[in-house]
Write a protein that binds this ligand. Structure first.
Ligand code: SF4
Ligand code: MSK
Length: 626
């Protein structure tokens, strides 16, 4: 029997749109999950293998059937190999996103992308110096060209250690060297993972898992970090900016254009086209009051962070947004875009546009963006969206948007603290803030939509843990009202006092999923200020509703960087207790941090608070018994 809307999501807009789409007889991701259930138990446990054509193979978890694949691989090898390939795919996705931005930077430097420019020159110079590029007395574009070339080198193997990994505390880098997981090149580690997991290469489940950590580090301190830093250089480093969130950001009387995906290269141009006087005038002539650009998922987060563009919703809202009947055009780039969207849109009047040469979708018109045609194509698409306004039928926008504040880059947080992390360290030392937690990651229809994020965040802030968030978690928490100054009413007394004095919310929106690296940079800054390792700090990470391979890479680079990380959904590893035990406890002895898995956010909050108090005690700070 079909589950009710109230069991699928905690959000009002989600529930109402789900009911509407049921009336419209349009299927959603939840319906398809039910149609797929029960899902394959072998795959859920990581015990199926289709690495080669002697297979596919599967291992019987009850010990009665085969215990080895055709090649002889046992459960430990197969589970570790499957997990390794998940990490590789996630790292590749983030890192390829980073590469795309570096290519735009290179084209800007070469004068081949005239509509893009260097927005944060100070950051360009700072990062260039980090890469050993001479900045004194040189032209901006010259520096940009040399920095882009230096970053492109990082994708290969020529240097042996990633430049920005030097931001990690010395103790952390020593651990990486000792364990043999220091990331050498962005693409190299992913490529090596694919090599190791080929039949007949690495059949040590421990060495496979350790390389998985190195692969993830090449994402966190490499590809993703490059993506974030270059996005800031090109489009501006975020600063606190108010915005509105939930499906109520769509407007009955305006042309609604939604951008979805991850890469700001397309969406920034769409934003500029939407703001042009010519387009606004055209929309008015068509009978609309204006053009309303809103975002979804992480492309939405990129625009929200830098420009305060309204956010229509996170991953599980992407189909429902179309169900409002109010979207003239949805423009997508890549990652987390359900292929169902192209089939869904014709049920309404929404035009669906794909823009990346590497991401095609059934039922979408493909209009490919390149740096040299981006501005013109953006104007063309916005014009076409306006033309589509009179095709609109009935609309259903059943909720009012809620206010939120985004834009907490590391620079903005340090700025809010008065230019140094010291006030945060003092608040933690005094016990007013017990610790800080990164609540990150996706939605997954196996977990009630947004329940994991919102419940965990609520419990953490009411117990004086500062929360920083990114990705779809950040959107869930914004919708829950945790991101305005008044939200300190949800915080415990200590956090309330500190956030109240600084005028910041208790939950800080740090960006999109590549922007998890901002959390790494903040953690490193705190550790460096205290001259300890990241694993010594009262910090934790959580991905209460993760679904994507990128999230597996993120979780792995958090742990490999010394951050205890609690996952909501169980990864496909339970077919090997050796793998489970290494990841959830054994890693503590190797790298000073480990994973935990807890689907119930109430219990996850207890695990995290217990961890934070243990770290406080080890640092000689006041600690609570939990
Ligand atoms: Fe089967 Fe081994 Fe081939 Fe995997 S690699 S499909 S376990 S034979
Ligand atoms: S969009 S990777 S569902 S956070 Fe970045 Fe959301 Fe997860 Fe995609």
């Amino acid at each position: 029997m079909k589950t009710k809307a109230e069991e699928r999501t905690i959000t009002k807009d989600g529930q109402l749109l789900l009911k509407k789409m049921e009336q419209d007889q349009v299927e959603t991701v939840w319906d398809r999950l039910e149609a797929q259930s029960p899902q394959c138990g072998y795959c859920e446990m990581g015990l199926s293998c289709r690495v080669c054509a002697m297979g596919p193979c599967r291992i019987d978890p009850f010990g009665e059937g085969p215990q080895r694949g055709v090649c002889g691989a046992d459960a430990d090898i197969i589970v570790a190999r499957n997990l390794g390939r998940m990490i590789a795919a996630g790292a590749a996705a983030h890192s390829d996103h980073g590469r795309d931005l570096v290519e735009v930077l290179a084209e800007v430097a070469a004068g081949k992308a005239p509509e893009y420019s260097i927005t944060d020159e100070e950051k360009l110079r700072r990062i260039a110096r980090e890469y050993g590029v001479e900045t004194e007395g040189r032209e901006v574009l010259e520096i940009a060209g040399e920095l882009a070339a230096a970053m492109q080198e990082e994708f290969g193997t020529r240097k042996g250690f990633l430049t920005m990994a030097n931001r990690a505390p010395a103790k952390r880098r020593e651990i990486w060297q000792k364990v043999g997981i220091a990331p050498r090149g962005v693409d190299r580690e992913t490529s090596e993972m694919m090599h190791r997991t080929h039949m007949g290469v690495d059949n040590g489940w421990q060495s496979l898992l350790l390389h998985g950590l190195r692969n993830a580090l090449s994402d966190g301190w490499g590809g993703s970090m490059i993506a974030t830093e270059v996005s800031d250089i090109l489009f501006g480093t975020p600063a606190p900016t108010p915005n509105m969130v939930n499906i109520g950001v769509l407007k009955e009387d305006e042309v609604n254009i939604v951008v979805h995906g991850h890469n700001p290269v397309v969406s920034e141009m769409i934003m500029r086209a939407c703001e042009s006087a010519e387009m606004v005038e055209l929309a008015r002539k068509k009978g609309a009051k204006g053009i309303n650009l809103t975002g979804l998922c992480c492309t939405g987060n990129e625009l929200l962070m830098r420009h305060g563009i309204p956010m229509a919703g996170n991953h599980l809202m992407t189909e429902l947004v179309i169900g409002t009947g109010a979207v003239e055009m949805m423009i997508v780039d890549y990652q987390c875009i359900m292929p169902s969207l192209g089939a869904l849109a014709p049920c309404y009047h929404t035009r669906m546009i794909s823009t990346s040469d590497k991401a095609r979708f059934p039922g979408m018109e493909h209009r490919e963006f390149h740096p040299d045609n981006a501005a013109e194509l953006a104007r063309t698409l916005v014009r076409e969206a306006i033309e589509n306004f009179d095709q609109r039928g009935e609309t259903y926008i059943p909720v009012e948007a809620v206010p939120s504040v985004g834009g907490f880059s590391v620079e903005a947080i340090i700025g809010a603290l008065g230019g140094t992390p010291q006030p945060l360290i003092d608040a933690i030392t005094a016990g007013k803030i017990r610790g800080a937690v990164g609540v990150v990651g996706c939605n997954n229809p196996k977990i009630k939509h947004d329940y994991g994020h919102v419940t965990l965040t609520k419990r953490l802030i009411e117990n004086d843990c500062l929360v920083v968030d990114t990705g779809c978690a950040a959107i869930a928490n914004a919708k829950a009202g945790f991101k305005v100054a008044e939200a300190i009413k949800y915080a415990g007394p200590g956090l309330q006092e500190v956030c109240g004095a600084l005028g910041i919310p208790p939950v800080l929106h740090m960006g999109s999923c590549v922007d998890n690296v901002r959390i790494l940079v903040l953690a490193a800054a705190l550790a460096n200020a205290l001259q300890v390792d990241i694993s010594d700090l009262p910090l934790a990470g959580a991905a209460p509703e993760w679904y994507s391979e990128k999230a597996v890479s993120i979780g792995s680079y958090f742990v490999a960087s010394g951050v205890y990380t609690v996952l909501g959904p169980m990864p496909p590893i339970t077919g090997s207790m050796n793998v489970v035990n290494l990841l959830t406890s054994g890693l503590n002895d190797v790298i000073g941090a480990s994973f935990a898995v807890e689907a119930d956010p109430e219990k996850a909050a207890v695990l995290i608070r217990r961890h934070i108090e243990a770290k406080r005690k080890a640092l000689g700070l006041s600690a609570l018994d939990i």
